[in-house]
Design a protein around this ligand. Structure first.
Ligand SMILES: [Zn+2]
Ligand SMILES: [Zn+2]
Length: 220
């Protein structure tokens, strides 16, 4: 016999996630906000349809006074390119890797045993947790990096990079039990970046928001 915890007693539906394939990603060119000239992230629903644009800074918990107005970065004369890793204001390099999607789920129901609940109340063990798809985050194929983060990337120092980014994050992501989860998420995301990095890197310069690449196929 089971009992639902009252605060999370919501009906859940079976979810089948359809992650958009990298080839059908909406645009290979990063989107930036026309108003504040800063990076915009994309979130999809489980049908692969864009449901939300979010300033990259809002991803880290910051508030914005306006909704993003996303346009390709190449259409913004003077974009503010922050480091996609540590959020430092002046990114110096562009790295390319496979587009990456991370699925975020929300808890709909937690099921616990009644006898466990009676004896342990809130400490009762969770027998089953139902979740539903909340959104899928697209990370894009291009990652901007500041000089210091790029140094870690060049020598493929995954843990050095994670340490640096953790130090730069707001305390609420690294306090107590959040630290383990944050570190795990960064490890997953950055491992994928490292595993799929294409050779070389582009140097960001005025008028070249996609970087100047050594093989002379400068794009902008
Ligand atoms: Zn904006
Ligand atoms: Zn950085």
């Amino acid at each position: 016999m089971t009992e639902h915890l009252p605060q999370s007693d919501r009906r859940s539906e079976p979810i089948e996630l359809v992650v958009p394939s990298p080839t059908s990603a909406p645009t290979p060119v990063p989107l930036y906000c026309r108003r504040c000239r800063r990076g915009v992230n994309i979130r999809f629903n489980n049908l692969g349809i864009v449901v939300q644009y979010l300033h990259a800074a809002e991803q880290g918990g910051q508030r914005s006074d306006h909704d993003p107005e996303p346009i390709p970065i190449t259409e913004i004369p003077d974009p503010i390119i922050e480091c996609d890793f540590c959020s430092a204001p002046d990114a110096a390099w562009i790295y390319r890797c496979a587009n990456q999607f991370s699925e975020h789920r929300r808890v709909t129901t937690q099921v616990i045993g009644v006898s466990d609940y009676q004896s342990r109340h809130r400490a009762a063990r969770v027998r089953r947790t139902d979740t539903e798809h909340a959104f899928t985050q697209a990370w894009g194929e291009q990652w901007s990096a500041c000089g210091a983060c790029a140094d870690f990337i060049e020598v493929r120092d995954l843990y050095g990079l994670i340490r640096r980014v953790i130090d730069a994050l707001p305390a609420k992501y690294t306090r107590g039990k959040h630290l383990m989860r944050t570190r795990g998420e960064l490890h997953d995301t950055y491992s994928e970046v490292f595993d799929t990095l294409t050779p070389g890197r582009g140097r960001i310069a005025p008028g070249y928001p996609l970087g100047i690449w050594p093989d002379a196929e400068a794009i902008s």
